[in-house]
Write a protein that binds this ligand. Structure first.
Ligand code: EAX
Length: 325
């Protein structure tokens, strides 16, 4: 048994990347704002397992859930700088880095999950992923956060008039902020890791997030009302630092991409499951749920913001997305 150890040590000495005679293993740190037991945690776990399997354990993932590495904007910045290896983030702050993602943050753009997934998987969505390297980031895959719904502590929201003057925490996303301003609310951008306390202390009246996030971050324990308005689809992304990516061999890049594909499938499956069981959990916790809202009234109220979006993104680009069947 002496010879193999000696060979291993020699390889280690040459590659300078192993310790205690073990062959090179790179541990990649991945951060996200939800818990390990969430739609994001599921994606990270599947990605980590599949990557390790496909690289014979040469790459391993270490999860930092629950904003342990900071808010989404901070994490994307760190991934860009190379001080953090990977991140799962909503598109919330990503438009500040890769403006082309912003078009997908327009409210009432997607009809349903099928529509959104089809656009992201198709040429329109895949083309946007190619814009990341030019902005100092690498996107391995789209992921999913879900359709966002309103929660608050003031009153049941049945129409846009109920939002008037309400302090709603939004993501640090100007497309979303424009929409809430147009609806008459007071959009208050804030990182996810400050949200729970802000709701608890009444710094903001409400917030908006998909069911998977409301569950994972236990927002239903500090909110009285939920309205299932699904005002906007919230895409997510699996990003890796260009510093890391530059060191990954061509063959291993295939392993990363394949693992990312499986992570996306698992992530969407979990979103479906959370959607199916989540409302009952939230209601059982004592939250009043407005299930049926007249969406056309919200759409009419938010219509003036579409003029701003059309100017920024081009009416034809918006229509092209809407037209995907
Ligand atoms: O990505 O910040 C948010 O509201 C996001 O939806 C959450 O961090 C999951």
């Amino acid at each position: 048994m002496k010879t193999p150890r000696l060979v291993a040590s020699l390889i280690c000495a040459l590659t300078l990347t192993c310790s205690a005679g073990v062959l090179a293993q790179t541990v990649l740190k991945i951060g996200f704002t939800a818990t390990n037991d969430s739609h994001y945690g599921t994606a990270a776990n599947v990605f980590g397992e599949e990557l390790a399997k496909r690289t014979n354990g040469r790459y391993k993932l270490q999860n930092f859930p629950s904003s342990a590495l900071g808010g989404e904007r901070e994490m994307v910045e760190a991934v860009q700088l190379g001080s953090q290896d990977m991140v799962i983030t909503s598109t919330g702050p990503v438009g500040n880095f890769v403006p082309d993602t912003r078009v997908f943050d327009i409210p009432f753009l997607f009809r349903d999950y099928e529509h959104a997934r089809k656009v992201l998987d198709g040429p329109i969505g895949q083309e946007v992923l190619t814009r990341f390297p030019g902005k100092g980031l690498v996107a391995l895959s789209w992921l999913e956060n879900g359709f966002r719904h309103l929660t608050n502590n003031k009153q049941p929201i049945t129409g846009p008039e109920n939002l008037r003057g309400m302090k709603i925490r939004t993501m640090e996303n100007k497309v979303h902020m424009e929409a809430f301003k147009t609806l008459g609310a007071l959009p208050t951008p804030m990182a996810m890791n400050e949200l729970f306390t802000s709701l608890q202390q009444g710094t903001v009246d409400g917030q908006e997030n998909p069911i998977p996030v409301i569950l994972s971050n236990k927002l239903y324990t500090v909110q009285k009302h939920l309205t299932l308005d699904g005002h906007v689809y919230s895409p997510a992304l699996l990003l890796i630092s260009p510093t890391v990516w530059a060191k990954v061999s061509e063959a291993d890049r295939k392993a990363f991409q394949e693992a990312a594909r499986l992570a996306l499938a698992a992530n969407r499956k979990r979103v479906n499951e959370d959607e199916a069981k989540g409302i009952a959990i939230i209601r059982n916790a004592g939250v009043s749920v407005v299930e049926k809202v007249d969406l056309t009234r919200f759409q009419t109220a938010v219509a003036p913001a579409y003029a701003v979006y059309a100017k920024e993104f081009g009416a034809d680009r918006i229509k092209k997305i809407q037209d995907v069947k």
